[in-house]
Write a protein that binds this ligand. Structure first.
Ligand SMILES: CC(C)(COP(=O)(O)OP(=O)(O)OC[C@H]1O[C@@H](n2cnc3c(N)ncnc32)[C@H](O)[C@@H]1OP(=O)(O)O)[C@@H](O)C(=O)NCCC(=O)NCCS
Length: 110
Protein backbone atom coordinates (compact mmCIF):
# COMPACT_ATOMS: atom_id res chain seq x y z
CA UNK A 1 0.00 0.00 0.00
CA UNK A 2 1.15 3.53 -0.71
CA UNK A 3 -0.10 6.16 1.73
CA UNK A 4 -0.18 9.80 0.59
CA UNK A 5 -0.79 12.89 2.68
CA UNK A 6 -2.51 15.98 1.34
CA UNK A 7 -1.14 19.10 3.00
CA UNK A 8 -1.05 22.88 2.76
CA UNK A 9 2.41 23.81 3.96
CA UNK A 10 2.74 22.15 7.34
CA UNK A 11 -1.02 21.77 7.73
CA UNK A 12 -2.32 18.22 7.30
CA UNK A 13 -5.57 18.12 5.32
CA UNK A 14 -6.18 14.55 4.30
CA UNK A 15 -4.86 11.10 3.57
CA UNK A 16 -5.24 8.73 0.67
CA UNK A 17 -4.17 5.10 0.41
CA UNK A 18 -3.50 3.20 -2.81
CA UNK A 19 -3.63 -0.57 -2.38
CA UNK A 20 -1.38 -2.09 -5.00
CA UNK A 21 -3.32 -5.33 -5.41
CA UNK A 22 -6.89 -6.34 -4.79
CA UNK A 23 -7.69 -9.21 -2.45
CA UNK A 24 -11.15 -10.83 -2.40
CA UNK A 25 -11.95 -8.71 0.66
CA UNK A 26 -10.78 -5.47 -1.00
CA UNK A 27 -12.88 -6.34 -4.06
CA UNK A 28 -15.94 -6.31 -1.81
CA UNK A 29 -15.24 -3.58 0.72
CA UNK A 30 -12.09 -1.52 0.27
CA UNK A 31 -11.13 -1.19 -3.37
CA UNK A 32 -7.80 0.12 -4.66
CA UNK A 33 -8.13 3.62 -3.18
CA UNK A 34 -9.45 4.98 0.10
CA UNK A 35 -9.29 8.52 1.46
CA UNK A 36 -10.42 10.83 4.19
CA UNK A 37 -10.22 14.56 4.77
CA UNK A 38 -9.80 16.22 8.17
CA UNK A 39 -13.30 17.22 9.36
CA UNK A 40 -12.38 20.92 9.59
CA UNK A 41 -11.14 20.91 5.97
CA UNK A 42 -14.14 19.21 4.35
CA UNK A 43 -16.34 20.66 1.59
CA UNK A 44 -13.49 22.63 0.04
CA UNK A 45 -12.75 20.27 -2.85
CA UNK A 46 -9.80 18.53 -1.20
CA UNK A 47 -11.04 14.96 -1.64
CA UNK A 48 -11.88 15.57 -5.29
CA UNK A 49 -8.40 17.02 -5.84
CA UNK A 50 -6.72 14.27 -3.83
CA UNK A 51 -8.26 11.52 -5.90
CA UNK A 52 -7.40 13.34 -9.14
CA UNK A 53 -3.79 13.69 -7.99
CA UNK A 54 -3.60 10.02 -6.98
CA UNK A 55 -4.78 8.56 -10.29
CA UNK A 56 -1.48 9.10 -12.18
CA UNK A 57 0.35 7.60 -9.20
CA UNK A 58 -1.92 4.55 -9.33
CA UNK A 59 -1.22 4.29 -13.07
CA UNK A 60 2.52 4.26 -12.37
CA UNK A 61 1.89 1.44 -9.91
CA UNK A 62 0.36 -0.57 -12.75
CA UNK A 63 -3.31 0.06 -11.97
CA UNK A 64 -5.04 1.01 -15.24
CA UNK A 65 -8.47 1.16 -13.65
CA UNK A 66 -8.88 1.74 -9.95
CA UNK A 67 -11.71 0.10 -8.07
CA UNK A 68 -13.11 2.82 -5.79
CA UNK A 69 -16.20 2.45 -3.66
CA UNK A 70 -18.33 4.31 -1.17
CA UNK A 71 -21.02 3.51 1.33
CA UNK A 72 -24.53 3.76 -0.10
CA UNK A 73 -25.26 6.82 2.01
CA UNK A 74 -21.93 8.64 1.43
CA UNK A 75 -23.06 11.36 -0.99
CA UNK A 76 -19.78 13.26 -0.73
CA UNK A 77 -17.60 10.29 -1.65
CA UNK A 78 -19.98 9.37 -4.45
CA UNK A 79 -19.51 12.88 -5.91
CA UNK A 80 -15.73 12.59 -5.53
CA UNK A 81 -15.67 9.32 -7.45
CA UNK A 82 -18.08 10.37 -10.19
CA UNK A 83 -16.32 13.73 -10.72
CA UNK A 84 -13.12 11.76 -11.28
CA UNK A 85 -14.69 9.70 -14.04
CA UNK A 86 -15.93 6.73 -12.04
CA UNK A 87 -18.01 4.28 -14.05
CA UNK A 88 -20.53 2.46 -11.89
CA UNK A 89 -19.72 -1.24 -11.67
CA UNK A 90 -22.56 -2.22 -9.37
CA UNK A 91 -24.37 -1.52 -6.14
CA UNK A 92 -23.95 -4.21 -3.52
CA UNK A 93 -25.71 -4.51 -0.18
CA UNK A 94 -23.07 -2.19 1.35
CA UNK A 95 -21.27 -0.31 -1.39
CA UNK A 96 -21.50 1.54 -4.68
CA UNK A 97 -18.51 0.22 -6.63
CA UNK A 98 -16.87 2.10 -9.48
CA UNK A 99 -14.01 1.66 -11.91
CA UNK A 100 -12.05 4.88 -12.21
CA UNK A 101 -9.70 5.09 -15.22
CA UNK A 102 -6.25 6.22 -14.13
CA UNK A 103 -4.93 7.40 -17.50
CA UNK A 104 -5.98 10.86 -18.65
CA UNK A 105 -8.41 10.61 -21.53
CA UNK A 106 -9.02 6.93 -20.94
CA UNK A 107 -12.53 5.67 -21.66
CA UNK A 108 -12.26 3.09 -18.93
CA UNK A 109 -12.77 0.33 -21.45
CA UNK A 110 -9.12 -0.75 -21.52
C1 LIG B 1 -15.97 11.84 1.86
C2 LIG B 1 -14.93 12.91 2.12
C3 LIG B 1 -13.54 12.31 1.84
C4 LIG B 1 -15.21 14.11 1.21
O1 LIG B 1 -14.17 15.05 1.40
P1 LIG B 1 -14.32 16.59 0.95
O2 LIG B 1 -12.94 17.16 0.86
O3 LIG B 1 -15.28 17.26 1.83
O4 LIG B 1 -14.94 16.42 -0.51
P2 LIG B 1 -15.06 17.59 -1.61
O5 LIG B 1 -14.94 18.92 -0.95
O6 LIG B 1 -14.10 17.26 -2.70
O7 LIG B 1 -16.57 17.43 -2.08
C5 LIG B 1 -16.96 16.56 -3.12
C6 LIG B 1 -18.41 16.78 -3.43
O8 LIG B 1 -19.22 16.26 -2.35
C7 LIG B 1 -20.06 17.29 -1.85
N1 LIG B 1 -20.14 17.10 -0.42
C8 LIG B 1 -19.13 17.23 0.46
N2 LIG B 1 -19.57 16.93 1.69
C9 LIG B 1 -20.89 16.62 1.55
C10 LIG B 1 -21.88 16.21 2.46
N3 LIG B 1 -21.62 16.07 3.78
N4 LIG B 1 -23.12 15.93 1.99
C11 LIG B 1 -23.39 16.06 0.66
N5 LIG B 1 -22.47 16.43 -0.27
C12 LIG B 1 -21.24 16.71 0.20
C13 LIG B 1 -19.37 18.58 -2.22
O9 LIG B 1 -20.29 19.64 -2.27
C14 LIG B 1 -18.80 18.24 -3.57
O10 LIG B 1 -19.83 18.30 -4.54
P3 LIG B 1 -19.58 18.93 -5.99
O11 LIG B 1 -18.55 18.04 -6.66
O12 LIG B 1 -20.92 18.85 -6.64
O13 LIG B 1 -19.07 20.31 -5.76
C15 LIG B 1 -14.96 13.40 3.59
O14 LIG B 1 -16.27 13.76 3.91
C16 LIG B 1 -14.48 12.37 4.60
O15 LIG B 1 -13.28 12.29 4.92
N6 LIG B 1 -15.42 11.53 5.12
C17 LIG B 1 -15.07 10.48 6.06
C18 LIG B 1 -14.26 9.38 5.40
C19 LIG B 1 -14.92 8.85 4.14
O16 LIG B 1 -16.14 8.74 4.04
N7 LIG B 1 -14.07 8.53 3.17
C20 LIG B 1 -14.49 7.98 1.90
C21 LIG B 1 -14.51 6.51 1.97
S1 LIG B 1 -15.00 5.85 0.41
Amino acid sequence: MTTLWWADGDQFLGRLAIRHQLTPELMELGGHIGYDVRPSARRRGHATAMLAAALPIALKLGISQALVMCDLTNAASRRVIETNGGQLLDVTARKRRYWVPTAEGSTGSD
